[in-house]
Write a protein that binds this ligand. Structure first.
Ligand SMILES: Nc1ncnc2c1ncn2[C@@H]1O[C@H](COP(=O)(O)OP(=O)(O)OP(=O)(O)O)[C@@H](O)[C@H]1O
Length: 319
């Protein structure tokens, strides 16, 4: 099994230290010792509610945000010390943003937007850039006449195709797709998901597909990691996670996902909020919401444990 990406004990803590007036600044542990791996050519779904640390994790993986601790290995290269070096990350891994229009520079034409990575990451000359841009537009099914237009002239679906073309420009091996269809109309979501699936096959890409929507993650993923309050609480092959979740949180997420054909009245809600990040609980972060919680859950955070070769969960009372 060859790995495209490996993350070891990755942590991001915001705040800490003191303010200019000497007051202590509270710490927020957005990502807490996350370890993950993605196999080459596969899609690793990363799922969790708003605030669980998905975007913080994603921004560290593409080198936009420096980690507090931990290692990032991409295509066998340890990039842990190279955060902020666009050439080191950008030729291997790229980011596709949730909101396609606002992620594109409004003052630049689409041609200029696509040229930027070709110039800065690959140093391509003009004729090579022209050929590459035609190739990219062809790959995402857009017409060449769009190249002289500006981002606001496009629909959400078209803008996301442009965002995908930009991410693919420098031929990275991995795409981090951060809620790539959440901002799009439902009718366009399937088209963009199909395009992504075709591109993955054609270019032998690896995807990290981040979403709060378990139904979408189920549809696209080979493996899945479930994040809760900055930690991986369950990880494994998608079929195993969806057919027999071991963590009560994954089970609750699955039952609360609006799935086509399911009686809405039977859909459970995730009414209780995440713990306060400024006052993290000492035991399992899910204990206050968990139907199976006992004393030990409130006292001691469970370690992640393997149930089979491809299925792990962090729970004192696994299902
Ligand atoms: N720059 C920052 N400074 C301080 N705290 C931050 C910062 N960025 C994120 N956080 C906190 O870190 C935690 C995780 O946030 P993050 O945005 O990664 O979650 P998320 O799962 O992507 O949520 P969403 O889907 O709403 O974007 C939250 O408690 C958030 O308030």
């Amino acid at each position: 099994m060859t790995l495209a990406l490996e993350v070891r004990n990755l942590r991001k803590t915001f705040g800490g230290g003191r303010t200019l007036t000497g007051r202590p600044r509270p710490e927020i542990h957005a990502v807490r010792d996350v370890s993950l791996s993605a196999r080459k050519g596969e899609t690793l779904g990363i799922v969790g509610e708003s605030g669980c640390g998905k975007s913080t994790l994603a921004r560290m993986l593409v080198g936009l945000l420096k980690q507090t601790k931990g290692e990032i290995v991409i295509e066998g290269k340890n990039l842990s010390d190279q955060v902020g070096d666009p050439a080191a990350f950008g030729r291997l891994i790229q980011y596709v943003f949730q909101d396609p229009i606002s992620s594109l520079n409004p003052r630049k034409t689409i041609r200029e937007i696509l040229e930027a990575p070709l110039i800065h990451l690959l140093g391509m000359d003009e004729s090579a850039r022209k050929a590459r841009i035609t190739e990219l537009f062809d790959a995402v099914n857009l017409r060449d006449e769009f190249l002289t237009r500006y981002p606001h002239e496009f629909s959400g679906g078209q803008a996301q195709r442009i965002g995908i073309a930009r991410a693919l420009a420098a031929s990275p091996r991995i795409l981090v797709l951060d809620e790539p269809v959440s901002a799009l109309d439902v009718s366009v979501q399937a088209q963009v998901l199909n395009l992504l699936a075709d591109l993955r096959k054609a270019m032998d890409l690896t995807y990290l597909f981040i979403s709060h929507d378990l139904a979408v993650v189920e549809a696209v993923s080979d493996s899945v990691a479930v994040l809760y309050f900055g930690r991986v609480v369950e990880v494994g092959r998608a079929e195993s996670i969806f057919s027999a979740p071991r963590h009560p949180y994954t089970s609750l997420l699955a039952r609360s996902a609006p799935i086509v054909g399911r009686d809405l009245a039977r859909t459970e809600s995730l009414a209780v909020e995440l713990p306060d990040p400024l006052r993290p609980p000492s035991g399992c972060a899910f204990a206050a919401r968990c139907p199976s919680a006992t004393m030990v859950c409130r006292d001691k955070a469970p370690a992640i444990e393997a149930f089979s070769q491809d299925h792990e969960a962090a729970c004192h009372h696994p299902l």
